[in-house]
Design a protein around this ligand. Structure first.
Ligand SMILES: C[S@@+](CC[C@H](N)C(=O)[O-])C[C@H]1O[C@@H](n2cnc3c(N)ncnc32)[C@H](O)[C@@H]1O
Length: 374
C-alpha cells in the first residue's frame, strides 16, 4: 500500500475512455449474471425493501437483476457517465433506480443505504490515503445496521485490471482494510471467466457492522445534525492551547483568534475521543475557501498523525467548528489527489510553515475538508 494515489482527473479520463463507444459486453469484467453478488446479498438477508448502492457499478447487470427481484431503491454510482448511460439505455426511466456520476472518493452522500455493493472497484485503491477516503465514504453512506458486499481480485488474481495496478486481497485482508467495526459473515472464492476466455480468481466477502450505531433522534437514512457534542470536556494539557480556547470561546472569537503573535487567524474544532469519549478542542490555522475549511493534520511535521486525525477518521460527522461567535456542526472528509493539492496550496498560503512541516516528515500530511452541515 505505498503507491502514490492515482490522480482523480486521470481516473475520470481513464474510465470515460474505457467505456466510450465500447460494447460493454466485451470488457474483461463483464458477467452475464452477478451470481456472487446475489448469493452474498441472500446470505446477509438483504430484502427488496432495503436501499442498495452499487459503487463503481459501471454497466453491471446487478441493478437489472435487483429491479426484477422487486427492489425499489437501487443507486448506481460510477465515475464514468458513459458506463451509466449504457445501463440507463437498458433500463429506461425506472424511478426505482438512481444514477450518480461521481468519483467515489470525493462523494458526499446525502443519505444512507442498507447495503453497499462493490465489485472490482476497491482493488484499484493502491495507496493508504485512497483506502482511508473509501472507508470514510463507506462509513457515511452505510446505515447503522448496514451490510457490505465487496469483490476484489484474489491474491492469485491478476496484478492489473483495465491496465491499472490493483491491490489483491483475501477475505481477511478486505475486512481488516475496512476496520474493526465490520465482521465477516460469508466468504466466497469465484473464478470469473472474462469474455476473452481468461480465468480471474476473485475474493468475495460479505460483512456487517459489528456494533450498530444508534443515532438518537435521527430520521432513518438521514444524517443527524449534532449541535453539541456529548461527553466530558478535556481541556488541552498545553496551557497556551487551553487558554486560547477559553479566551476564544468566552469572547465569541473576538479575542485569541490568531496563532500567538503571528497575526495569522485560527479556528477551533471540537471532536469526541473515539476511545475516551472525551470532548476535545483544537485550534488550527484558518484555511477557508468558499465556506469550507481545511484541517491540516501536520502536528508540526512530527512522524505520526495527531491523535485528532484518528478521531476524525472514526467519526467524521461528529465535529464542530468555530470561526466566529458560535460553533457550527460540520462534516469532514479526507481529501486526496488533485483536491488535496489544491487545498494544500491554500493551507501553505495561509500558513507557510506547513511547507516546512511536510519536508520534515516522511508521511504525507493528511488534509481534511470541513463543510458546514445545513
Ligand atoms: C472493473 S469495473 C467494475 C464495474 C462493475 N462493478 C461490474 O462489476 O461490472 C470498475 C468500475 O469502477 C468505476 N470506478 C473506478 N474508480 C472509481 C471511482 N473512484 N469512483 C467511482 N467509480 C469508479 C469504473 O468506471 C468502472 O465502471
Amino acid at each position: 500500500m505505498t503507491d502514490p494515489p492515482f490522480d482523480p482527473a486521470h481516473r475520470a479520463r481513464h474510465w470515460s475512455e474505457v467505456y466510450q463507444g465500447r460494447d460493454v459486453e466485451t470488457v474483461s469484467w463483464y458477467q452475464p449474471e452477478p451470481k456472487a453478488s446475489l448469493q452474498l446479498m441472500d446470505a446477509l438477508g438483504v430484502e427488496p425493501g432495503q436501499a442498495v448502492v452499487d459503487v463503481g457499478g459501471g454497466a453491471s447487470l446487478l441493478v437489472d437483476r435487483l429491479l426484477v427481484r422487486g427492489f425499489s431503491d437501487v443507486t448506481v454510482l460510477d465515475i464514468s457517465a458513459e458506463a451509466l448511460a449504457a445501463s440507463r439505455r437498458r433500463i429506461g426511466s425506472d424511478r426505482r433506480a438512481t444514477w450518480i456520476t461521481q468519483d467515489l472518493l470525493s462523494w458526499q452522500p446525502r443519505r444512507q443505504y442498507d447495503l453497499w455493493h462493490d465489485r472490482a472497484v476497491f482493488h484499484f485503491l493502491t495507496s493508504d490515503s485512497e483506502v482511508d477516503a473509501y472507508r470514510m465514504v463507506l462509513d457515511r453512506s452505510l446505515a447503522a445496521d448496514g451490510a457490505v458486499v465487496i469483490g476484489t481480485f484474489a491474491p492469485d488474481g491478476p496484478t492489473t485490471c483495465s491496465g491499472l495496478p490493483v491491490a489483491r486481497y483475501d477475505a481477511d485482508g478486505i475486512a481488516s482494510a475496512l476496520g474493526p467495526r465490520f465482521a465477516v459473515v460469508r466468504r466466497v472464492r469465484e473464478l470469473h471467466l472474462t469474455p476473452g476466455g481468461t480465468v480471474q480468481p476473485f475474493t468475495w466477502v460479505a460483512l456487517r457492522h459489528t456494533v450498530p450505531r444508534p443515532r438518537p433522534g435521527a430520521e432513518p437514512h438521514h444524517y443527524p445534525v449534532p449541535m453539541t457534542l456529548e461527553g466530558p470536556y478535556e481541556p488541552s494539557p498545553a496551557a497556551w492551547v487551553r487558554e486560547q480556547v477559553e479566551a476564544y470561546e468566552r469572547s465569541g472569537g473576538t479575542e485569541a483568534n490568531t496563532l500567538r503573535d503571528t497575526g495569522l487567524p485560527i479556528v477551533i474544532f471540537t471532536t469526541v475521543g473515539r476511545r475516551s469519549g472525551k470532548v476535545r478542542k483544537t485550534p488550527v490555522m484558518r484555511v477557508e475557501h468558499g465556506g469550507e475549511y481545511a484541517l491540516v493534520a501536520s502536528k508540526g511535521g512530527a512522524p505520526a498523525h495527531p491523535e485528532w486525525y484518528h478521531n476524525l477518521m472514526a467519526d467524521p460527522d461528529t465535529v464542530l467548528l468555530q470561526d466566529g461567535p458560535t460553533p457550527l456542526p460540520v462534516r469532514v472528509r479526507l481529501v486526496t489527489g488533485d483536491e488535496r493539492s489544491v487545498w494544500w496550496e491554500r493551507a501553505v498560503a495561509a500558513y507557510p510553515p506547513y511547507a516546512d512541516y511536510q519536508r520534515a516528515t516522511e508521511r504525507e500530511i493528511p488534509v481534511f475538508v470541513a463543510s458546514v452541515i445545513d
